[in-house]
Each structure stands twice: as C-alpha cells, then as structure tokens.
Design a protein around this ligand. Structure first.
Ligand SMILES: Nc1ncnc2c1ncn2[C@@H]1O[C@H](COP(=O)(O)OP(=O)(O)OP(=O)(O)O)[C@@H](O)[C@H]1O
Ligand SMILES: O=c1ccn([C@@H]2O[C@H](COP(=O)(O)O)[C@@H](O)[C@H]2O)c(=O)[nH]1
Length: 235
C-alpha cells in the first residue's frame, strides 16, 4: 500500500445520495464498503466528515441567525453524520471510535491526540466529529488539522467531483481538470474545492491532498494502492 495512515475527508453533502437533505442509508453503506476494502489491507484510517447535508453556519447567518450559533449547529451536524458513519462501519464488522472536538461524553470520546494514535495503531477507525471545535472554520480545515496532528501520510478528500478543475465544474461544463497542481497555484487561481485555510495549513505542513470522486466504486482502494486518481495537490 502506498499509504500507511490516511485522513479521509468525506463530504456531508455527498451523504445525501439522491435525497434532498439528510443521510441516504444506501450511500452510507457504499462508503462503509469502500472503507472496509482499505481497512482489510492494513491502512490506518481516520475520518473527518462534513455537515453540509444537515446544516451550514453561513446559511443560518444569511437567514439572520448569529453566525457563531449557526457554526455550532453545523459542528453538531457533523457529529450526527459521524455517528451514522460509525454505525455503518460497525455493521460491516469494523472497530471504530468517535472523538469529538466539543465534549459530549455520553456519545463520544473527547478528542485526545494520543488516544487517537493508539486507536489507529490497534486498527480501529477513528472518526473526528465537531470539526475543529471552533466557529468560523470548516471540516476541510479540521481534516487538515487532524491529519497533521496524527501524522497522516495524506489527506484524501472524497467528494462528488473527480478532482480539482480550473473553475467550478458544477457551474462550467468546459472546466478542465488537473492531474497535479501545486498549493501555490490553487491559492493563486482561487480554486474553491477546499477553503483557503485548509490549503494553506496543508501547504505549510507539507501534507499532500488528493481530491477524488468518492462515489466511484473502487477509487479509494486504487488511490491507496498508488494509482493516479483525481488530483494531487502538493508543494
Ligand atoms: N476549481 C474547482 N474544482 C473542483 N471543484 C470545485 C472547484 N471550485 C468549486 N468546486 C466545488 O467544490 C465542491 C467540493 O465538494 P464537497 O461536497 O466536498 O464540498 P464540501 O464543502 O467539503 O462539502 P460538505 O461541507 O458537505 O462536507 C463541489 O461542489 C465543487 O463543485
Ligand atoms: O471547525 C469547524 C467545522 C465546521 N463548522 C461549522 O459546521 C458547518 C458544517 O461543516 P462543513 O465543513 O461546511 O461541512 C460549517 O459550515 C460551519 O458552520 C465550524 O464552525 N467549525
């Protein structure tokens, strides 16, 4: 396997599958199956999951809600997704732990880096919920932060687009995909597949990111085996 320890970022919105909002159980089971394949090959897996399928702080703020209040609601949404993913992974026989950046000890461990390391060493899948625990951030930034903390080899951003394009491919049919792009170029061109804070943090800590289509069966395994799928963002 190319990678020993990965931080997988899953999009909350992708969890909706064909639904208008919420969690599609079929999509959840498919993701669990993809994750099982790399787990069975011995890859140590930590996961950060988004919350866009349930709530986004900025959406609340634009509707008149206090931004900080909305952001905490968004963080709670990521915990709901994390719990759903935990259930789906355990259904398929994997051992998991959910750690949250906001304390909620009846349902999850608090985030403790050393415990996370230990779980990963023992082959447990660790899901990090509640983002960074701070408003004004995103789960992309949380993924990079946790990835750096646990010394992941790579951030795998599994999303509904198949890589980084020269403009948003969901808005421009003529968008052109990169196989490789530097952090400098992503930032210079203002490409929004992840937020600037996430890219900057990754760049400063020399942690590569692979952006790929998580909905294409087999992609996650192929990437871990070293195939060039999606777009690699690196220094
Ligand atoms: N240059 C670009 N290349 C690729 N995707 C882009 C680009 N600019 C914007 N995007 C958009 O980035 C989004 C990435 O998808 P994703 O669902 O992972 O976002 P997210 O905000 O992390 O989701 P969530 O918050 O639900 O976890 C896609 O909707 C895609 O259209
Ligand atoms: O560290 C964080 C992470 C997330 N939030 C809030 O949660 C929502 C959902 O996360 P997405 O990354 O957009 O999926 C986000 O919009 C923020 O409102 C946060 O405040 N801090």
């Amino acid at each position: 396997m190319k990678y020993k320890r990965i931080l997988l970022k899953l999009s909350g919105e992708a969890l909706m599958g064909d639904l208008q909002y919420g969690i599609d159980p079929k999509r959840l089971a498919e993701y669990a199956e993809e994750i099982k394949q790399i787990h069975s090959k011995g890859v140590e897996i930590a996961i950060v999951i988004g919350g866009g399928n349930i709530f986004r702080g900025v959406a609340g703020a634009s509707a008149g809600m206090d931004r900080v209040q909305g952001d905490y609601m968004g963080m709670l949404a990521t915990v709901i997704n994390g719990m759903a993913l935990q259930g789906a992974l355990e259904d398929k026989g994997m051992k998991t732990r959910l750690q949250t950046a906001l304390k909620m000890e009846s349902i999850a461990e608090p985030y403790i880096k050393r415990r996370a390391d230990r779980h990963l060493e023992k082959g447990r899948i660790v899901i990090f919920g509640a983002g960074t625990g701070n408003p004004y951030f995103t789960t992309d930034t949380a993924a990079v932060l946790r990835g750096i903390e646990i010394n992941a080899d790579v951030i795998l951003k599994g999303t509904r687009v198949d890589g980084v394009y020269d403009c948003d491919p969901e808005k421009n049919a003529s968008a052109v995909k990169f196989d490789f792009i530097s952090f400098d170029d992503v930032l210079k061109k203002g490409l929004n597949v992840m937020d600037t804070t996430a890219f900057t943090l990754s760049q400063e800590n020399k942690l590569p990111i692979v952006v790929f289509d998580m909905n294409k069966i087999g992609n996650l395994l192929k990437i871990c085996e070293g195939e060039n799928i999606g777009t690699v963002v690196n220094i």
